[in-house]
Design a protein around this ligand. Structure first.
Ligand code: 5AD
Length: 359
């Protein structure tokens, strides 16, 4: 499914637009659609980074197996459970278990963890554990997992292959896995990085089409942040890529445009204001929430582990999420007529979808 040509060229024009007055139209449109579809609530998902072991060597990611200086950790079931309890105490409706592709987090270990969380709390469980076997994905769904996040990163296959070396045993690609996740009954999330060296506007248009084709329940869009201890982000990699590199400010703006356009073409999706965006620009959280986003993912990982979960520099913040920071966020939201989400905040399908052309 592609956008009809007039819509494609409108999307292209928005992605190239620099005039802040014209852009106001895009932001307003996205915000109106957000209000009409997912409403005023901002859902909090408590993020727990349960392991930084990774068998992959994605050229952009600080957890890649090439990064031998990084001390690795894997949380125990009890430690994870403690974080989940904390999410519940803080009034969150969802816990997100995220890790590198860590095969020692076996199907059974993860299933046991999901069952424990489901027994002890009323939280929805979202998994973000990379490209795992269809068997594992099935076991985890049976154990009670509700949602799965797996970004396809970019629709440009050449770029993707260049930055995402396959593992010898890969039998199914990310697109296949996303379809399997849907068949298993998960709510499915995917997304992309914005501002990768060499990423074309045309591929961003295609990214948006794929969001719609996959009928995604969750869409994560974040700026690419170079990491000096990765092949793509080290000095050599940065020099090689110099041609197609955007400034941090340009990456933030382009990410916001992608968020707004994703909201317009996938009106019902849950869309976070991503951590990568706040890492480049701390003020972007509130701004992104006014341009289509409706989800925030506070980090509940214990501090000693959090600093080792460095997908890109500056990712880990020192602040502990606590009652005070949640009520500060609630105050901030109240200023623009928004409030903290109540309940699990899954996707709700409207009876009369209001698919709107990107104007
Ligand atoms: N900059 C921004 N985002 C990154 N990710 C991985 N490495 C980087 C980086 N250097 C994102 C990918 C991945 C998610 C967990 O983090 O999109 O899917």
């Amino acid at each position: 499914m592609s956008f009809p040509e007039p819509e494609r060229s409108r999307v292209r024009r928005w992605l190239a637009e620099e005039d802040p007055v014209r852009l106001l139209e895009l932001w307003t449109r996205a915000d109106q659609i957000r209000a009409m579809t997912v409403g005023h609530q901002v859902h909090l998902r408590g993020l727990v980074e349960i392991s930084n072991h990774c068998v992959r060597s994605c050229r952009y990611c600080g957890l890649g197996s090439f990064n031998r200086d990084l001390p690795r950790y894997r949380m125990t079931l009890e430690e994870i459970l403690e974080c989940a309890r904390r999410a519940q105490e803080l009034g969150m409706g969802t816990v997100v278990l995220q890790a590198g592709e860590d095969l020692e987090l076996t199907g059974e270990i993860v299933a046991r963890t999901i069952r424990a969380i489901k027994t002890e709390t009323s939280l929805a469980v979202t998994l973000s554990l990379g490209e795992r076997s269809p068997e594992d994905l099935g076991t985890w769904r049976d154990a009670g997992a509700d949602r799965y996040l797996l970004r396809f990163e970019t629709s440009d296959q050449r770029l993707y292959r260049g930055i995402h070396p396959a593992r010898g045993t890969d039998k199914v690609g990310r697109m296949d896995l996303l379809n399997r996740l849907r068949d298993l009954g998960y709510e499915v999330g995917s997304g992309v990085m914005v501002g990768l060296p060499g990423q074309s506007t045309e591929s961003l248009v295609r990214d948006l089409e794929i969001f719609e084709e996959l009928d995604l329940d969750m869409i994560g869009i974040g700026p690419y942040v170079p990491h000096p201890r990765t092949p793509l982000g080290n000095e050599r990699g940065q020099e090689d890529a110099l041609m197609g590199v955007l400034s941090p400010c340009e990456r933030v703006l382009l990410t916001m445009k992608m968020v707004a356009l994703a909201r317009i073409s996938c009106p019902e999706a849950n869309i976070p204001a991503t951590t990568a965006l706040s890492t480049i620009d701390p003020d972007s959280l509130a701004v992104c929430l006014s341009r289509g986003a409706n989800v925030v993912m506070p980090n509940l990982t214990p501090l000693e582990a959090r600093f080792r979960y460095e997908v890109y520099p500056g990712m880990a913040r020192t602040e502990e999420v606590e009652e005070g920071s949640i009520s500060d966020l609630a105050d901030l939201l109240a200023k623009s007529g928004r409030s903290l989400g109540v309940g699990a905040g899954g996707r709700t399908r409207r009876r009369f979808p209001c698919r709107d052309a990107v104007g």
